[in-house]
Design a protein around this ligand. Structure first.
Ligand code: F0G
Length: 468
């Protein structure tokens, strides 16, 4: 194997699964097939024995050198950081060369948001077009280690596409539970192509999630939703990769969309581990953006902020779900996120925010991201919309370093894009002015195709008109 280091990767056999609730803190073996604490039902995370802080300079160099290696583990932007993963050398790694995604400068989005500069980490450039791949490589590797035969998940479309692909690579049976009619056709097509058993049910994502947790009680079945802490382990490496791309200069703010809250939890864990390792000396403020119609964590966070100062940092015991979540950003149409406690802990611990943005703010921000030459799916655009709001609210200063995470590729939802640009996307109630026909709830950056006669002059005329 080509490794920049002569030393072998330290075995992570001392890693344990641990309940995140401070008053419980129960630990379980790394090979136990559990998804929540057996003691109190709380969320689990993996406590990984981290390398010693004296190794940080060597680690940085080793991780970077691996990017140029041809070893399949090094080609993966996740396994490149394997010193912080809970796997030993014997793990049968299931990889599609995920990670190593670009960090783009986005000058138009920066101007639109009121910032001097903005950088976008595009997780849509993963093998199946979303950030889920970075967690699925570790989760399906763990499934293989445990000898699972079937892997399952509930999904709004991206988790399922990703799981279906990684299960196919590992030769495992894959079954996915989807809310019928609420998944984009591109995401559904991916899962069918990768050979998953696609079960569409009457109900929403939260119903699917409830059901799949019951199904996963069967010992032959392995659950791959982000409640599974092995998903978070892979996803946390995105924070490491982001810091490498920032040359280890900590951004002031990192902004992510929020749905089931695995991504925000993973970023929080990644940054915290880098701080413990001495790779960074402070945490970026981690802010989570939800859609207005699917914002249970933003509501809880808002209520917390209204509390007396001393209570604002304690994690409440319950989150009140949004019963009938609504948003055109179907990826985050979730009313009862499973990882809300972890995410909230990271937001509070880093002094970030959780806010919501409207459908129109999401849609216009998405089109603005497009104008920077970067295509993402609607859920990802909550970030730029949220940053714009947080700048206006003076939470983010115009000269601060800000990175946003785009979670999915534009081609995940081409119907949304097309409807936006043709002015047919239902961004809110029809408030069209009867006389003028003006419709405020329509995209500000529409760019519909024009019908032009099939002649050179007509086309040149059209170009001139567009330039004037
Ligand atoms: N962005 C995209 C494109 C997503 O697909 C998701 C979640 C999120 C953001 C939110 O991330 O859940 O970690 O807070 N999609 C899941 C799915 C729920 O089933 O594909 P999160």
């Amino acid at each position: 194997m080509m490794d920049a280091s002569p030393r072998s990767v330290p075995s992570s056999s001392a890693a344990v699964q641990r309940c995140i609730r401070a008053w419980c803190g129960a630990s379980f073996g790394i090979r136990e097939r559990i998804y929540v604490c057996r003691n109190c039902g709380g969320p689990l995370e993996i406590a990984v024995p981290l390398p010693s802080a004296s190794e940080t300079v060597a680690l940085r160099a080793r991780w970077r050198a691996r990017a140029g290696s041809l070893d399949p583990r090094d080609r993966s932007g996740v396994w490149r950081f394997r010193e912080v993963l809970p796997f030993g050398d014997e793990a049968p790694i299931v990889t599609l060369a995920e990670g190593n995604t670009p960090l783009y400068d986005a000058p138009r989005c920066a101007r639109y948001s009121g910032l001097d500069a903005l950088r976008l980490k595009h997780q849509g450039c993963n093998p199946t077009g979303s950030f889920k791949d970075t967690g699925m490589t570790t989760c399906v590797t763990q499934a293989a280690l445990l000898g699972a035969r079937t892997v399952v998940c509930a999904s709004t479309g991206n988790t399922s596409a990703s799981l279906a692909a990684y299960a196919a690579r590992a030769g495992l049976q894959c079954a996915i539970l989807l809310p019928r009619g609420q998944i984009t056709s591109s995401k559904l097509a991916q899962s069918m192509d990768y050979g998953a058993i696609v079960c569409e049910i009457d109900g929403n994502f939260d119903d699917c999630m409830r059901l799949i947790r019951e199904i996963a009680e069967d010992p032959s079945i392995y659950l791959a939703n982000s409640i599974n802490p092995f998903r978070i382990e892979g996803q946390k490496t995105v924070a490491f990769e982001l810091m490498e791309q920032c040359e280890w200069r900590v951004p002031d703010h990192v902004v992510v969309p929020g749905g089931n809250m695995g991504n925000s939890s993973a970023f929080g864990k990644g940054f915290e581990e880098m701080r413990q390792l001495g790779l960074i000396d402070r945490l970026p403020k981690l802010s989570v953006i939800q859609a207005e119609g699917a914002g249970p964590l933003a509501r809880l966070f808002g209520n917390l902020q209204a509390e007396p100062k001393s209570d604002r940092t304690s994690i409440p015991e319950e989150l009140t779900p949004v019963e009938n979540p609504q948003t055109l950003a179907t990826a985050i149409k979730i009313g009862s996120p499973v990882s809300w406690e972890k995410a909230l802990r990271s937001v509070i611990g880093s002094h970030g925010q959780v806010i919501t943005v409207s459908e129109k703010e999401i849609a216009d921000s998405k089109a603005m991201i497009g104008r920077d030459g970067i295509g993402c799916e609607p859920a990802s655009a909550t970030t730029v919309a949220g940053i714009r709001k947080l700048v206006a609210a003076h939470f983010i200063r115009r000269d601060e370093l800000v990175a946003a995470v785009l979670t999915g590729h534009l081609l995940k939802d081409p119907d949304y894009v097309s409807q936006y640009h043709r002015g047919t996307l239902p961004l809110g109630p029809d408030t069209r002015d009867r006389k003028t026909g003006e419709q405020p709830n329509i995209g500000a950056f529409r760019n519909a195709p024009v019908q032009v006669a099939a002649s050179k002059n007509a086309i040149l005329d059209q170009l001139r008109r567009a330039n004037s």
